[in-house]
Design a protein around this ligand. Structure first.
Ligand SMILES: Nc1nc2c(ncn2[C@@H]2O[C@H](COP(=O)(O)OP(=O)(O)OP(=O)(O)O)[C@@H](O)[C@H]2O)c(=O)[nH]1
Ligand SMILES: [Mg+2]
Length: 281
């Protein structure tokens, strides 16, 4: 018997959703940071074993939507939830779940949604709460048990009904992943609200068998943010470039030439046409 199905990973910002998907596919597919609201788009991570293929959907952390970008993010969560065979809801076991969250979980149960409540970050567990399984995406502890629990919700078929080849790990193009690497480095380098007001677009991508030549724009919300992103003598932008280039080289398995440009698009997070132009559609 074969199994194929969709698993939506939901949870608050910082719960460890993207770290889990990266662990499952064995590569840096989704960006990860200590700052909340890192993920903006749904990203598929395809996990294939001999008899089963699970398509995990990494989603943005659930938060109160204020800007148009927030609303786009929360729409992604609803879409993922609606299309999934099972929802995997992550609760960070190093912090106490808030009452809203418990209420949300109870509502999903009452609505009859196939649900697994999992405690993430088992390696730094501090809090005990009711859940189906606890795991660590850092050490891999209990991941086989988590997969076992997920498979119970996935329908069986006599024929091999996999939608993806065994070597496919995501639906996202390389250009998207590289733009996300750049945004991740910017999240690390920048403080306060600035990283949350950044979007990254790869504007040029040319490659030969040995080298990739990439240009990307870092779009920010305010003119004074541009100088901060560039930094003193260009130091901040340089640091962003060094780290994201190294990640891109690892992804592509070849040398990468990366040029970054900073552009101001005032208030882009609240302009639907700008959001579309930046890939949030
Ligand atoms: N110790 C430990 N840290 C983890 C684990 N999983 C994630 N983290 C850390 O938790 C932070 C948030 O991880 P992410 O994977 O970006 O969380 P997320 O749920 O995708 O967050 P958003 O995209 O903002 O919704 C990062 O600093 C991770 O390194 C884990 O299993 N153990
Ligand atoms: Mg994430």
């Amino acid at each position: 018997m074969y199994k194929f199905g969709y698993v939506a990973i939901l949870g608050k910002p910082n719960a460890g959703k993207s770290t889990l998907i990266n662990y499952l596919v064995g590569m840096k597919l989704a960006i990860v940071s200590q700052k909340p609201q890192t993920t903006r788009d749904n990203i598929l991570g395809i996990y294939t074993s001999k008899n089963s293929q699970l398509v995990f959907i990494d989603t943005p952390g659930i938060h109160k939507a204020t800007s148009h970008l927030d609303k786009f993010m929360m729409k992604n969560v609803r879409t993922a939830k609606a299309g999934a065979d099972v929802v995997l809801y992550l609760l960070d076991s190093s912090v106490a779940p808030d009452p809203d969250e418990i209420e949300h979980i109870e509502k999903m149960k009452a609505d009859g949604i196939n649900l697994i409540v999992a405690g993430s970050k088992l390696d730094k567990k501090k809090v005990d709460f009711d859940c189906d399984v606890c795991f660590s995406a850092l050490t891999g502890e209990n991941i086989p048990l988590l997969i076992e629990k997920i498979l119970k919700f996935i329908p069986s078929s006599k024929t091999k009904n996999f939608l993806y080849d065994a070597d496919e790990v995501t639906d996202k193009p390389v250009k998207f992943i590289i733009s996300e690497y750049i945004r991740e480095s910017a999240l690390k380098q920048l403080k306060k609200e600035i990283p949350h007001g950044i979007a990254v677009v790869v504007t040029k991508f040319e490659e030969t068998s040995k080298i990739a030549n990439i240009e990307a724009e870092i779009v920010c919300e305010k003119p004074n943010h541009k100088g901060i992103i560039i930094g003193k003598g260009g130091a901040t932008l340089k640091a962003i470039g060094i780290e994201s280039r190294a990640n891109a080289e690892q992804l592509l398995g070849k040398k990468v030439m990366l040029s970054l440009f900073v552009k101001v698009e005032e208030g882009w997070k609240d302009k639907p046409n700008k959001l579309t132009g930046l890939g949030y559609n």
